[in-house]
Design a binder for this molecule. Structure first.
Ligand code: PLP
Length: 401
C-alpha cells in the first residue's frame, strides 16, 4: 500500500542545488494543477490550489474508499493520519494530543466559542478587522448569553505599537475573552499575537486565535504566542484539499470545552471529541500528509519569502497605476489589498473579462470610513508575468460612476 511521506511519493518537485531561483519556481509552478490555466486565480486567500501530487493522492484514496469497505480503508490509514498530526503539531509547536483535525477554521471557531462558558455581563473583545463570520458567532452568542461585545476599530494597516496600545486600552478586568486574527483577511496584516495575548492574560481573559491564514504561510509558534485556542484551515496556505483544518487548545481546556455531542463520554478530555462527527470524507484527511511533504520539499521559510516577494512585486508595480491605492502592512505575506474608485461590480466584471480572479473585500457595514478593497492573494505557483497581467489590467480599467 502507498505510504505518503516515504520513498515512492509521486510527483514531488525535484530540485537541484544548481537551480537558480527562476528555474526552481518554474519547476514548482509545474507541480500545480492550474500551472497552465488561462484563469489567473489571485484569490488563494479563500482556498489555495492543490499540487498535482496531493490531488493524485486524494484521488487514489477516494478510489480505495469507493471500491473497498470504507471504514476498513479508514482504519488502514491510521498511521498516515498519525504522521500528519505529528507534523501539524510540530509545525505550530503544539503536541499531538492538543490538536484535532476538523473541516476548517469556521468549524473550529464554532466549537470553541460555543463550547465555553462566557460569563454574562463580562466583555468579549474582537476587531472590525476580524473575519465577518467569526464576528457573527460572537454577535449571536452575545444576544443569547448577555455578554458585551467590544469592537476594536482601527484602519489597517497600522503599526504594531499602535495596535498593541489600542488593545491595551480596550481590554480591562471585565474582559473574559479576546478574539485575535493572526493574519487579517482584507489587508493581510500579521497581528502581534504574543504581545496582545500577554495583555489579555494579565486581565485573566481567554485568547482565541483565528489563524486561518497562518499555517503554511509564515512561521509561528503557539507556545510562543501563549494563546488558549487556535483555529486554522489547511486548504488555504498548506495546499491541502478543501475541507480540512486544525483546532488546538491548551490541555487543561479540553475537558472544559464542549465537543461534538455525539462523542462517547470517555472522550471528554480528548481532542478526539471534536472529530466525532460521523461518516465523513476520510480521503481528505488522509491526503493532508502529502501536502505537508510537498511543503517540506520546499521549506516554509523559502515559501514565505517567495510569497512576500510576490506581494512586493505587484504593490511596487501598482505605484505607477492611476487611481490605485495599496495597503501593504509592515508584517505581511501573500494577502494584501488595494482600493480602486468606482463601482465594484463593474471593476470585477472588467477583470473577469480578462480571466483575472481576485476578491472584493468590503468592510462590514459598521462605518463608512472602511473603504471597499480588492484583495490580491497569489500563491507560490504564480510568477511575476502573472502579476504584470494584473497590473496591466488595472491600467486599462474604465471607471464607472
Ligand atoms: C481570517 C479568516 N478567518 C476565517 C476564515 C474562514 O475560513 P474557512 O472558510 O476555511 O473556515 C477565513 C476565510 O477566508 C478568513 O480569512
Amino acid at each position: 500500500m502507498f505510504v505518503a511521506g516515504t520513498a515512492g511519493f509521486v510527483g514531488m518537485p525535484e530540485f537541484s542545488i544548481i537551480d537558480d531561483e527562476k528555474t526552481k519556481w518554474k519547476k514548482i509552478r509545474k507541480q500545480f494543477l492550474d500551472g497552465s490555466s488561462t484563469v489567473l486565480n489571485l484569490n488563494n486567500g479563500s482556498a489555495g490550489m492543490v499540487p498535482k501530487a496531493v490531488s493524485q493522492q486524494l484521488y487514489q484514496f477516494s478510489k480505495v474508499l469507493e471500491s473497498k469497505a470504507p471504514y476498513e480503508a479508514h482504519a488502514d490509514w491510521e498511521h498516515i493520519k498519525k504522521l500528519s498530526k505529528q507534523s501539524l503539531a510540530k509545525m505550530i509547536e503544539a503536541t499531538e494530543d492538543e490538536i484535532a483535525v476538523v473541516r476548517n477554521t469556521t468549524e473550529a471557531l464554532n466549537y470553541v466559542l460555543r463550547g465555553i462558558n462566557i460569563p454574562k455581563n463580562s466583555t468579549v473583545v474582537c476587531g472590525l478587522h476580524d473575519y465577518g463570520h467569526s464576528i457573527n458567532i460572537l454577535e449571536r452568542l452575545s444576544d443569547e448569553n448577555g455578554f458585551n461585545l467590544k469592537m476594536v476599530d482601527v484602519l489597517l494597516p497600522i503599526s504594531n505599537d499602535r495596535l498593541i496600545e489600542t488593545y491595551k486600552e480596550i481590554i480591562d478586568e471585565d474582559c473574559s475573552l479576546v478574539l485575535l486574527t493572526a493574519m487579517t483577511h482584507r489587508e493581510g496584516q500579521i497581528l502581534p499575537i504574543k504581545e496582545i495575548t500577554k495583555i489579555a492574560k494579565k486581565q485573566g481573559a481567554l485568547v482565541v486565535v483565528d489563524a486561518a491564514h497562518a499555517i503554511g504561510h509564515f512561521e509561528h509558534s503557539i507556545k510562543d504566542w501563549g494563546c488558549d485556542y487556535y483555529c486554522t484551515s489547511l486548504h488555504k496556505w498548506l495546499s491541502c484539499p478543501i475541507g480540512c483544518g486544525v483546532l488546538y487548545m491548551k490541555k487543561d481546556l479540553i475537558e472544559k470545552t464542549k465537543g461534538s455531542y455525539s462523542a462517547e463520554r470517555v472522550l471528554d478530555s480528548k481532542m478526539a471529541k471534536f472529530e466525532d462527527v460521523g461518516t465523513k470524507p476520510f480521503a481528505i484527511e488522509a491526503s493532508i500528509l502529502s501536502a505537508i511533504r510537498f511543503q517540506e520539499s520546499i521549506g516554509l521559510k523559502t515559501k514565505n519569502l517567495r510569497l512576500k516577494a510576490l506581494t512586493d512585486y505587484w504593490v511596487e508595480g501598482m505605484k505607477d497605476v492611476p487611481n490605485v491605492t495599496t495597503f501593504k502592512p509592515d508584517e505581511y505575506g501573500a494577502v494584501c489589498a488595494l482600493h480602486y474608485p468606482g463601482k465594484s461590480t463593474n471593476i470585477m466584471a472588467q477583470l473577469a473579462n480578462k480571466n483575472i480572479h481576485i476578491k472584493k473585500v468590503s468592510a462590514l457595514n459598521y462605518t463608512k470610513k472602511h473603504k471597499v478593497k480588492y484583495r490580491i492573494s497569489p500563491n507560490i505557483y504564480h510568477n511575476f508575468d502573472d502579476l504584470d497581467r494584473l497590473i496591466d489590467a488595472f491600467k486599462t480599467i474604465q471607471i464607472s460612476k
